[in-house]
Design a protein around this ligand. Structure first.
Ligand code: SER
Length: 888
């Protein structure tokens, strides 16, 4: 049975049993405790905790997951994958164990032609938590599993939590017997290789506190309701149903694996090492494709680093297998897209953008490998030359930090040269860097408070209600005051605080739109000036500011008022961003995606993926198209709809953003339609004018346009216009003739400079007769040592030296030295004649003497030589040194 069919069957089985089919959430987790979604239940966590009320009490999903803790195991075992899909059914306070257990068993064992998976019951075993008699009884009595096939395990195996504070509960697992060839008889207790876990049914009933990952944590109490969370790895089930020994040989991963074998000229099954390499490539390329599709961009931190690391491991494995320096990723990305598009059709529409990101990273890494290899070789040389065998942690860190070398690459390259690496020192440097980065990020998002302070507030009081789409002021209640990182009962004049209200007109910074400013006031008692609003945890707005006067206390009723001029100006920028986005897609094609944006008062920047630079003509076209839309004064509408509906209307979703299943769409007739939570103008005419200010590259494959909007755009245009008027007056030329006039001026300036140059040279050469007359006699040697005027070039000094030498009768030894400072560094030229050379006075040696005095070096032929130095003040000393050398 094909993987896509397994997924369809799973969903339709649970749909038939009254479950809502919920699409997979983005891999980019909304949960601030996670980098990436790593289990099917993650998007539902707030429902289990009772923080949000679901629209359905039963749901089923196939959720994309990424886990990288075991990344080193990938390819070596039969079932570790960095990307996998979790089939799950969920009950939010609806059914519990009594229904979850029979449902799972029925689906697994029901014959394939009746919509099940047709697994023979005699190859299934089950486990329960050691004291969960209730579950054991259900297995035995309602399902009819033989009691000796029900085994009991402790906390580590049969109690599930996310590893961090949150929902948890005992679980029951269904195992598949791979057969006697794989190990001992006797169920999961006897052999964990022969019996593999297929499906985990979690009876989500309690809430846990901080502590160990799998055990040693406190149970804080019961959840508001008893829930069900089940998870079955789609890849594992596919392995069982397709009769293959490991997940890399299933239909989807197998396709990528075989393509990698063809590309690298290897054969799967030939050697253990090359097989591991091929499995790693298949796994990583699929994961990378899925991550990029959810908007992750390669970078040196967090999710971006996960992506960068797996792409670089793929490149390295491909090159090791093939022994060639070629680019393979485009081909394998395409194979991955084709392998996965059955379940994720959006991969095809995003294909151009996905290729763009991955191709660029591959190219960058190739450059990195070249320069990093040089650096590595130098570090290795240094290590060996001092008799050591350990490459320092600092070198490994620099390779990582500057060249993006994964540490395992450095380790491997070191091993090839018989060296090791100081991994502890490396780890310490990495940790230091991470701590610093974390502290920076925290300072922005969280202020000084610990996330748990905010979480506690949302848990107790619920999400902040946002009124700002229609209201600019509102009455609200103070639910929380955070000062100095802690919840406090009151704040007074001068205190820096964060206020949490039950409702607010203030827009919190998000989706690239900067926060509202304004005031929160308790009439007659105190005022707080608000200068920023952030959402440190989902649903909660923290208003940051300073108490201007008086006191503000918990539970106060306040008036929250936003600065409407700022809001209007930011909204204009945000609407302009949507228009520019559409214009860019019209120009560059639909492969162009949004990579970020910032909307400030009167100004915006928009980052997008593109594989070429935009010229002036491109920018002019974008600007004109956008301003034409303003002139048409199109109505800006927003409405709520389902995610599916919005996408089918062609609404642009921000690459990588995660959306709930109800979404807000902002529409400007057919010209622009985007999923967006921001604030906008009512009609495009309100923007007045949009002026594109410029375009630049901000990283691999990502470019940025900046623009001014409204009165700011006008100011910009008038400033420039004024500048042109001034130029026109100064140059006494009509505006349209300015470029020509300036060209003319620049040309004339250039020839004037050349003329000056020529005259100066003439003047320098004109001094020759005088220098001849002033030649000094040192014994029978004639010496000219001349300090030429500043600005004399090296060439002119040489010409002068040769000219002077030629003018002096050649029967006596002649030495001519000319030194000067052309710009800021001194030069010296020495010329000698034949009799001088016979006397041992060689030009090259004498220049060496002079150049040393100038703080530099030089030399050359015996008859004429040139040198230079750095000390412009030492010209006379240099000439004296030559004189002394000649005298000796
Ligand atoms: N949350 C459980 C797991 O991830 C079951 O879905 O295994």
């Amino acid at each position: 049975m094909e993987t896509a069919e397994i997924a369809r069957r799973f969903l339709s089985y649970f749909e038939d049993n009254g479950h809502a089919v919920v699409p997979s959430a983005s891999l980019v987790a909304e949960d601030p405790t996670l980098l990436l979604v790593n289990a099917g239940m993650v998007p539902f966590k707030p429902y289990f905790l009772g923080q949000r009320i679901p629209k359905w009490d039963r749901a089923t999903s196939v959720q994309k997951c990424v886990r990288t803790v075991d990344i080193d195991e990938v390819g070596k075992t039969s079932r570790h994958a960095s990307f996998f899909q979790m089939l799950g059914n969920f009950s939010f306070g609806d059914y519990f164990k009594e229904r979850a257990i029979p449902l799972a068993w029925d689906l697994l064992t029901r014959p394939a032609d009746e919509g099940g998976f047709g697994l023979p019951a005699e190859r299934l075993w089950v486990t329960v938590y050691h004291d969960d008699d209730e579950a054991a009884d259900i297995w035995a009595d309602s399902v009819g599993v033989a009691p000796d096939r029900i085994q009991r395990f402790g906390m580590e195996e049969n109690y599930w939590s996310m590893g961090v504070p949150g929902p948890c509960g005992p679980c029951s697992e269904i195992f598949w017997d791979r057969g006697p060839a794989f190990g001992e008889e006797g169920g999961p207790l006897a052999d964990e290789d022969r019996y593999i876990e297929l499906w985990n049914l979690v009876f989500m009933q309690f809430e846990r506190g901080p502590g160990g990952v799998k055990k040693d944590y406190p149970i804080l109490g019961e959840l508001p309701k008893k829930n069900i969370d089940t998870g079955m790895g789609l890849e594992r089930l596919a392995g069982v149903l397709q009769g293959v020994d490991n997940i890399y040989e299933t239909d989807t991963l197998g396709r990528i694996l075989h393509r990698a074998a063809v590309l690298t000229g290897t054969r799967y099954g030939d050697h253990h090492t090359s097989d591991v390499g091929l499995r790693v490539i298949a796994d990583h390329m699929r994961t990378a494709t899925m991550l990029v599709s959810d908007g992750v961009q390669p970078s040196n931190e967090k999710r971006g680093y996960v992506l960068r690391r797996i792409l670089r491991r793929s490149v390295r494995n491909l090159r090791l297998l093939s022994g060639e320096d070629r680019n393979y990723l485009h081909d394998l990305t395409e194979t991955s897209i084709n392998a996965m598009a059955d379940i994720y059709p959006e991969l095809r529409t995003k294909a151009d953008a996905i290729h763009n990101v991955i191709d660029t990273e591959e190219k960058n890494f190739a450059d990195t490998l070249r320069s990093g290899t040089t650096l590595f070789n130098r570090a290795a040389e240094r290590t060996k030359s001092t008799g050591g065998s350990v490459v320092s942690g600092a070198d490994a860190f620099q390779l990582h930090d500057t060249y993006g070398f994964p540490i395992d690459l450095t380790l491997e390259m070191a091993a090839e040269q018989g060296l090791s690496v100081d991994a502890d020192a490396f780890a310490e440097l990495m940790q230091r860097q991470r701590d610093a980065a974390k502290a920076d990020a925290r300072a922005k998002k969280q202020g000084n408070a610990d996330l748990s302070t905010y979480s506690a507030l949302v848990d107790n009081a619920g999400a902040t209600e946002f009124l700002g789409y229609s209201e600019s002021e509102a009455e609200a209640r103070v639910l929380g005051i955070i000062s100095g990182g802690e919840s406090v009962p009151a704040a007074r004049e001068g205190d820096k605080v964060e206020l949490v209200l039950d409702r607010t007109p203030f827009y919190a910074e998000s989706g690239g739109q900067l926060a509202d400013h304004g005031t929160i006031e308790v009439p007659g008692q105190g005022v707080v000036d608000i200068a920023d609003v952030q959402r440190p945890v989902p649903g909660l707005s923290a208003h940051r500011g300073t108490v201007r006067s008086g006191v503000i206390t918990l539970d106060d009723t306040v008036r929250a008022v936003i600065d409407i001029d700022r809001r209007a100006s930011v909204s204009r920028a945000h609407s302009a961003t949507h228009l520019i986005h559409s214009a860019l897609r019209n120009l560059l094609g639909t492969g162009t995606g949004q990579a970020g944006s910032e909307n400030q008062p009167g100004r915006l920047r928009f980052d997008f993926t593109a594989n070429r630079q935009l010229g002036n003509a491109d920018l002019a076209q974008v600007e004109e198209e956008v301003n034409a839309v303003l002139a048409n004064d199109i109505e800006v509408r927003d409405f709520q709809t389902t995610l599916d509906e919005a996408l089918s209307m062609g609404a642009l979703a921000m690459f990588g953003e995660k959306y709930g299943d109800r979404v807000r769409v902002v529409e400007m007739s057919d010209y622009s339609r985007e999923l967006c939570g921001g604030t906008h103008v009512n009609a495009t005419g309100q923007l007045g004018l949009v002026k594109v200010l410029g375009e630049s590259s901000i990283g691999s494959g990502v470019r940025r346009v900046e623009a001014a909007v409204g009165i700011d755009a006008l100011r910009r245009v008038s400033r420039e216009s004024l500048l042109v008027s001034q130029l026109s007056e100064q140059l006494k030329a009509p505006r349209e003739e300015l470029p020509e006039r300036i060209d003319g001026l620049v040309g004339r300036l250039r020839s004037a400079e050349k003329e000056i140059e020529r005259l100066r040279a003439e003047q320098v050469l004109a001094s020759a007769p005088r220098l001849v007359a002033e030649a000094r006699e040192l014994g029978d040697t004639l010496l000219v040592a001349h300090h030429a005027p500043d600005g004399t070039t090296g060439d002119d000094a040489r010409r002068l030296a040769l000219d002077v030498r030629g003018r002096i009768p050649s029967d006596r030894p002649v030495v001519v030295a000319v030194a000067a400072v052309p710009k800021d560094r001194p030069v010296v030229v020495v010329a000698t004649n034949e009799p001088a050379r016979q006397r041992g006075l060689r030009a090259g040696d004498l220049v060496g003497v002079a150049a040393r005095a100038l703080g530099g070096g030089g030399g050359g032929k015996p008859d004429v030589a040139q040198g230079g130095g750095t000390d412009a003040g030492a010209v006379d000393a240099a000439l004296r040194a030559v004189t002394e050398a000649v005298a000796q």
